[in-house]
Design a protein around this ligand. Sequence first.
Ligand code: 1CP
Length: 344
Amino acid sequence: MSTQKSVLRSLAGETLPVPPIWIMRQAGRYLPEYKATRAKAGDFLSLCYNPNLAAEVTIQPICRYGFDAAILFADILLLPQALGADLSFVTGEGPRLSTITTADQLAALKPAHGVSDHLSPIYETIKILSKALPDETTLIGFAGAPWTVATYMIAGQGTPDQGPAHALKAENRIVFDGLIELITAGTIVYLSAQIDAGAEVIKLFDSWAGSLQGADFQRYSIEPMQHITAALKAAYPHVPIIAFPRGAGEKYVELHAAIGADCIALDDGVSAEWAAKNVQTGGCVQGNLASSHMVTGGDVLVSETRQIVDAFSDGPHIFNLGHGITPDADPENVQLMIDTVRGG
Ligand code: 1CP
């Protein structure tokens, strides 16, 4: 029965003796088998849109490590592409998109209900995974939260301070709000179809939430995620939602209720002891070992891992990193972390 899956049990609020574990970017360039499949696909986007190969790389870390959850292999920037933005990935540099900064450019994008034509290979990947994953493994679908997706659509690339998005917000609130609304509506269509295809849990990545201050954090990080969560819960009340407002700091407090999410994912900018007292009281938390330990390893990895497991041991917890694992990580350090969490 699916309710026996450890990740779903934690998300339902159960405190388990050993927390379930998966890591962000678990299918990625630190794994030689990922690099081999990616080379077969040609480039990153071809890998995302090839259901058989995307399913293959999703499963690779499950086979190697036995993680308790698999996260769909795709990217948060496929939605902008489905809305009509040009997208490419420059090796070693990251994504490049056509920019949206004017009312005409916003109006030229496709309507939200049209995104699924473009994204149907992603739903195909999920269908393959639903059949292929081990019975105990939970399949997580995902999307970027509207603010984070908007920062890429406005700047046309990743930015250290999300300056272009903050500038558009200050200079043309009508276009900025229109873009947030379009992304929000498109994300609801996209995630609903992921659930229809077999995603058991949904995660919203607000990777740049930390650059929103004061009322902006409420309006552009919390409210769009709350809107998406409410729409999904109305149609799929049984599907748990994990929200990751990265960099929220002290604003992590009371976010379960504010967003309506089943789980709040924590980055490593907050201590596990603080988060146990101030965030886990609201429900399940996920996190939050610094991903640098996957590069450096050793006794410090073991002690930090134990400290996080101990700090969260009185409530529902899913063990994860505070952000994605990096390409320079040592796959053996991942095994050491898993063995430590599982009591080895
Ligand atoms: O060359 C490669 O192989 C590309 C590296 C890579 C990978 C493995 C990118 C480019 N995306 C992905 C996969 C990916 N991205 C997943 C798959 C599932 C997994 O976790 O295993 C997920 C969930 C994402 C989500 C994602 N993409 C986020 C949110 C999470 C986060 O890391 O903060 C963001 C911000 C992106 C954009 C993106 N995609 C890729 C890069 C290098 C970036 C960051 C660009 C930048 O800001 O400079």
